[in-house]
Design a protein around this ligand. Sequence first.
Ligand SMILES: Cc1cc2nc3c(=O)[nH]c(=O)nc-3n(C[C@H](O)[C@H](O)[C@H](O)COP(=O)(O)OP(=O)(O)OC[C@H]3O[C@@H](n4cnc5c(N)ncnc54)[C@H](O)[C@@H]3O)c2cc1C
Length: 446
Amino acid sequence: MLDVLVVGSGLCGTLAAKHLEGKGRSVLVLEGGPGLPPALPGDVVGFQRAVAPIARSVDQAWAFRAPKGYEWHRVRARGGRTLLWGGWMERPPKDYFDARRKTGAAWPHTLAVELDGWIRRAEKALTVRTGRRGPLHRKLAALGHKAATKRESVLIGQRRMLTAADVSLRSEVRCDSPVVRIEATSEGLIAITASGEALSARRVVLAASPIETARILEFSLPEKQRRRRIDVFDHLIAGAIAIAPRERAGVHPLDAAEPSAVMHPPPTSRARFTTEVRGPTPLESLDAEDLKNLGFTVEEAAKHSFYVVFAMGETDAATPRQVEFDARSLDGLGRPSPRFVARAHTRTEASLGKQMNRQVLGLARQLASSRERAFLIYDALDFSSGGHEVGTCLDRIDENGHVTGLPGVYVADGAGVPAATDRHPSLTLAANALRVADALARSMKS
Ligand SMILES: Cc1cc2nc3c(=O)[nH]c(=O)nc-3n(C[C@H](O)[C@H](O)[C@H](O)COP(=O)(O)OP(=O)(O)OC[C@H]3O[C@@H](n4cnc5c(N)ncnc54)[C@H](O)[C@@H]3O)c2cc1C
């Protein structure tokens, strides 16, 4: 019998699979979406062009419901959201998890000491590089802002960030095989796919992205134990664009992080959010519709560059958002669809969101040629998703990611992480995936 089935081939599933095969375990990865062309371009533009149609093709099989205008950034294909990501690799602020521990979060009691070593291993596996200071940093300094360089997961030998699909695995990745539930039998665990295929293994790792992982888990448990609603934490995102006279564009360097800038909040600050700045980029690299929305013709665009400024801070940890699996509305695979339960921003979120909007617009106005050439493109006060969901299965697992009600099943993605933190979360998620995979490997030894 196979040792481990890994569900999902995104960042967390891929790293868990890699760690387990390194420990001598036989692994099969089941990916719900399509595969990718064998060779993906190594430059940013060519890569984005090649993966965009695949990354965007989230069809009826993955339908969801949400209040009007709600955007849920997700990918259902080999590599998951790393096909869209910016590759930012941020080390987690330790005090964040300490604060959560004080409020009773079960995972992980020893995070501050335990995660550190896994962060370093994740950085090695994801070839994380620190960028160099460049004209953008000098420009920000002249405007009175002290910014650090980008740390990025880099595809070595190329000019783009790494994706989970670039991490080489010896194990088979079987695409177009969405798993709908796990059954426990006396022989082992069985993963049932949407086509009715039953695959057995001694252990299962769930890394299908936090809401999917929660859906698979809920529908694997006896009906009486299922929750109607699950909690979810995410990021509020604010974004602004600044139009400036044409400046020389920064190019993604070979083997290194691109020259973007980041500003972290001091741990003592009450409003915890990170600000990121990217640019200058030629304005004509935006598509025709975006240019039209900004009021520019292609000819005018050729004389301009733009900067983008983003801010991200966490949704209210004290009042999580909620998702329910709605049996009245089935998706294309016959499963209850996730429904994002509408709610107004809490006071904490409203206050944070306002400060984030002010920050991105203020900085964009400084970078733009005139005040009128700075626009808010993402309003932190909208009820939306940052695409950084976490914490959907906290009460289902122990501190090693082991599902208490389904022995042998492990949660290795953000579903088992109690905070999206005040910055990009994926390095934390990657480190946790390795930590959980290691606990699983140890459980097999014993
Ligand atoms: C536009 C965008 C930009 C981002 N940029 C950054 C960044 O710069 N830095 C950063 O830290 N984070 C970034 N993020 C977040 C980051 O991409 C995610 O945190 C990370 O990719 C999560 O990895 P994952 O493996 O948990 O989930 P995913 O990447 O979502 O992977 C889940 C995988 O499981 C598969 N799957 C789903 N359901 C099933 C099923 N039932 N059966 C089998 N397979 C299934 C999916 O197809 C997918 O391949 C970004 C996110 C977005 C949307």
